[in-house]
Design a protein around this ligand. Structure first.
Ligand code: ASP
Ligand code: MG
Length: 439
């Protein structure tokens, strides 16, 4: 079985949904199909939420009305029969009544907000499933809320997902197409929750891992993972093959095409991930698997909104345990560290979650000297094969960006990654200069 996931733009127009129907049924093979919300829906639902948090129910209501109007016209174009349209309208009626009830809930809390933002996927999947029924496809819905579960640290519980998913599929196992919601899940309290923005990719990978799929396909609106950010750099090209490790680095360090956690479940279970383009289904896309190719420099990605902290202590000189104390503080505040560089008496680290920055700085100051953190930094990550016995790679990279000030460099942590930290104002120049010098 394969798992195919379609993103917001791939389901965002009635004609796209219709072409997806063709795509998923063309080879006659069974599939689990994971859908995102229609493009824009999640943002609108969050914006309705913002109005409610600001206690502006009238504003929330008018945003909800506009969203509903969008769905109303969508349905008219999607369905081909009055019966199909009637089913679609019943779905809209039910879910928008629920939105109304959330709008009327006082106080409006995080619990309601999570129920609100889940509606994008609940709507898209039901609308699509009703369309498949209208078209006579042998399909069914698998409610993600019945099997996608996370723990108190927001981590998916793989063993439970496997068990619950198998139980959800068992009674309908003769179906050919199984439609399910990306992004949404249940937390340990049994409440509706989610896998963070862009989480539908992660859903697909978790399902692919759970059923030990033959392949996971992520369908978006670009022909695979590119060698550089196509929004910033001209003449980028899709990379045909990446190893799990390389793809994970790129996804984590800013390649917007994939949710950063997507690769992990696929990698653990050895399930290949293929990135495909809905607008150009015959394009090869990118295949991510165990296998790596020998290409030296494969791709560049950039991660924004990074803060660098400079920690200095003469006590670090010839001492052990210093780094442990430093990292214990980041652990205490559940703040991941991305990049590290060290000298004998100082260390620089970067973080992208700054909610606890002040507390972290306060505790670090108890045993080290700090400077004001450098905000608005960007990690530029160069991915490829940088085996330790290979010469000349660092010079290529550094030569390419010789005109750009660099705050940190990390080389040698993995054979697949060189990371540079630069100020955000140099990001575009750095990406372009690297593209010129390396490809
Ligand atoms: N609809 C969610 C979002 O916009 C999840 C996804 O599309 O992957 O973030
Ligand atoms: Mg996405």
């Amino acid at each position: 079985m394969q798992v195919w996931k379609f993103g917001g733009t791939s389901v965002g127009k009635p004609e796209r949904m219709q072409s997806i129907r063709q795509l998923i049924t063309a080879d006659g093979k069974p599939k689990i199909v994971v859908l995102s919300a229609l493009s824009g829906s999640t943002n609108t639902l969050l914006s309705i939420s913002e109005s409610l948090i600001a206690q502006n129910q009238a504003e929330a209501k008018s945003k909800a009305n506009a969203l509903r109007a969008h769905y109303d016209t969508f349905l008219i174009e999607l369905y081909q029969t009055p019966a199909g349209l009637g089913k679609g309208q019943a779905i809209i009626e039910k879910e928008f009544s629920f939105i109304d009830s959330l709008i009327a809930t006082v106080p409006y809390t995080v619990k309601q907000e999570k129920e609100m933002v889940a509606l994008g996927e609940l709507l898209s999947t039901q609308i699509f499933e009703a369309y498949l029924q209208e078209e006579g496809v042998n399909s069914t819905l698998l409610p993600a809320l019945d099997f996608m579960v996370i723990d108190a640290d927001n981590e998916p519980i793989m063993a439970d997902i496997e068990r619950k998913l198998a139980a959800t599929i068992a009674p309908v196992k003769d179906k050919q197409i199984f439609i399910t919601q990306g992004f949404i899940c249940r937390n340990p309290a049994g409440e509706v929750d989610n896998l963070k923005r862009g989480g539908s990719d992660y859903t697909a990978s978790l399902i692919g891992g759970a059923i030990q799929a033959d392949e996971i396909q992520i369908w978006t609106d670009i022909d695979g993972m590119h060698n550089n950010d196509p929004r910033i750099v001209k003449n980028t090209f899709p990379i045909r093959e990446l190893s799990f490790a390389e793809a994970a680095e790129l996804a984590y360090f800013g390649a917007k095409i994939l949710h950063p956690s997507t690769i992990t479940p696929a990698k653990i279970k050895g399930v290949p991930v293929r990135l495909k383009n809905t607008m150009e289904p015959s394009a090869f896309g990118t295949l991510i698997s165990e296998k790596s190719t020998d290409i030296e420099i494969k791709a560049i990605a950039a991660k924004d909104n990074i803060t660098a902290i400079y920690i200095h202590s003469t006590r670090m000189l010839n001492a052990y345990g210093f780094l442990k104390r430093v990292f214990e503080i980041f652990e205490k505040y559940k703040t991941p560290v991305d990049m590290i560089t060290t000298s004998e008496v100082s260390v620089s680290v970067t973080i992208d979650q700054t909610a606890n920055l002040d507390a972290i700085m306060r505790e670090l100051r108890e045993f080290a000297e700090l400077e004001d953190p450098d905000k608005d930094q960007v990690i530029i990550c160069i991915v490829g094969n940088f085996w330790a016995d290979k010469e000349g790679i660092a010079i290529k990279v550094l030569d390419a960006i010789k005109n750009i000030p660099i705050r940190m460099i990390s080389y040698g942590a993995s054979e697949h990654n060189i990371s540079l930290l630069v100020d955000a104002k140099h990001k575009n120049d750095a990406l372009n200069a690297l593209n010129e010098g390396l490809f």
